[in-house]
Design a protein around this ligand. Structure first.
Ligand SMILES: Cc1cc2nc3c(=O)[nH]c(=O)nc-3n(C[C@H](O)[C@H](O)[C@H](O)COP(=O)(O)OP(=O)(O)OC[C@H]3O[C@@H](n4cnc5c(N)ncnc54)[C@H](O)[C@@H]3O)c2cc1C
Length: 350
């Protein structure tokens, strides 16, 4: 079992979880950020990375992926530990300032407070709904490609019509023995340029495309050997394969959060708006996952919430009645925490 120790565990690396690192850092607190996804950014990275956002203060027009890159840059001076591809399963309260958090990969993190920035829940892949096909998962059936070399010289079937399905089909086509892309429609969510490239490769017989849906699978000696594809023309086709890769997108699941004995309001965690503490002392909730009267699920609301949660945690951990508000512009303490070396005078001189 891997064990880590930090001041605060942040569950969720969406925009709000990332900004939480910064706000905790200003208070001199370290953090470990955990996300079930293999990359940071939450909904911004997973659902709309290329769309512009217009309501981030002082960023009149920035792509969602750019906002996430900037948040990571802003958090970097505080050197957070990111545990990506790990889903938090359990929070164990040992005292008001002592918790342990465990992930599904059996990582154990000891901390002094927990902040839940879990959005609408942990993102996980939308699965192919065929009874008993799950047993091939991570053997011949994959929802994510970690090592493309695994597919070298294999006959690969890719399912899906979004960017991931198209981009990976184009990459796999270069190393696999054969690639067959199957999508239920000839309308694709993926970028037009990738779709055009795919059809051009099909023209050159370098890969194939089939419009239809998987209705059954075949196996031999416990190995997945083929799929039955039902098409709109009413014809059922058999395709043979060595490997199956599925990109049906990601969907959030509230999952374990509802078992953590926190007061809830319709799948959202109730908080008080002074500190964003939940019904359990030492556990906080910020961003889309929390609920209070007037709550709006907006990134900027989450940013505000992170600042007050960080002040509250600092007061609890340091046992102070009130932590003073320090300006990032002028406070030498904050500059030291951020690793900023220039003085205010030199800034004004520039
Ligand atoms: C299409 C679209 C457009 C939008 N446009 C705007 C806009 O213009 N302006 C705006 O302000 N907002 C916009 N939003 C809303 C905005 O994206 C959300 O308010 C924001 O992402 C919330 O951030 P968050 O960090 O709270 O949660 P999320 O971004 O949802 O991140 C939460 C993260 O927590 C992880 N997680 C959850 N549970 C666990 C667990 N148990 N273990 C490990 N990880 C876990 C999830 O995998 C996820 O990555 C838009 C949303 C959508 C869908």
């Amino acid at each position: 079992m891997k064990t880590l120790t930090t001041d605060v565990v942040i569950i969720g690396a969406g925009p709000v979880g990332l900004f939480q690192v910064f706000e905790l850092g200003l208070q001199g607190l370290t953090s470990v950020v955990i996300d079930s996804l293999p990359e940071v950014g939450g909904q911004c990275s997973e659902l709309y990375p290329d769309k512009p956002i217009y309501d981030i203060p002082a960023l009149p027009n920035a792509k969602a992926s750019q906002v996430i890159d900037n948040l990571c840059l802003q958090a970097a001076p505080f050197d957070p530990t990111y545990l990506l591809g790990e889903r938090v399963e359990d929070i164990n309260k040992l005292s008001d300032v002592s918790f342990s958090v465990t992930t599904h990969k059996n990582t154990l993190i000891h901390c002094r407070a927990v902040i839940i920035a879990a959005g609408n829940g942990a993102f996980s892949p939308v699965k192919l709904k065929l009874p008993l096909i799950d047993k091939f998962e991570d053997k011949q059936l994959f929802y994510r490609i970690n090592n493309i070399e695994h597919f070298k010289d294999k006959n690969v079937v890719v399912l899906g019509g979004g960017d991931a399905a198209l981009d990976w089909s184009l990459s796999l086509q270069k190393i696999a023995n054969s690639v067959l892309l199957i999508h239920r429609s000839t309308k694709f969510k993926a970028a037009t340029s990738s779709v055009n490239e795919m059809f051009a490769l099909c023209e050159q017989l370098k890969m194939q495309f089939l419009c239809g849906q998987v209705s059954d699978f075949q196996q031999e000696d416990n190995k997945l050997t083929g799929l039955t594809i039902s098409s709109k023309d009413g014809i059922k086709r058999r395709v043979e394969l060595d490997e199956l890769v599925i990109f049906f997108g990601m969907s959030p699941k509230i999952g374990p959060i509802e078992n953590w004995q926190l007061a809830m309001h319709q799948h959202q965690i109730k908080v008080d708006t002074q500190s964003f503490q939940t019904s359990v002392r030492g556990i906080y909730a910020v961003g889309d996952i929390n609920y209070y009267p007037g709550k709006r699920k907006l990134i900027l609301s989450g940013f505000h919430e992170t600042a007050l949660a960080a002040f509250s945690i600092a007061e609890t951990v340091l046992e102070k009645d009130r932590i003073p508000t320090l300006y990032t512009t002028t406070s030498p303490v904050v500059h030291q925490r951020m690793g900023v070396t220039h003085s205010l005078e030199s800034l004004l001189d520039d």
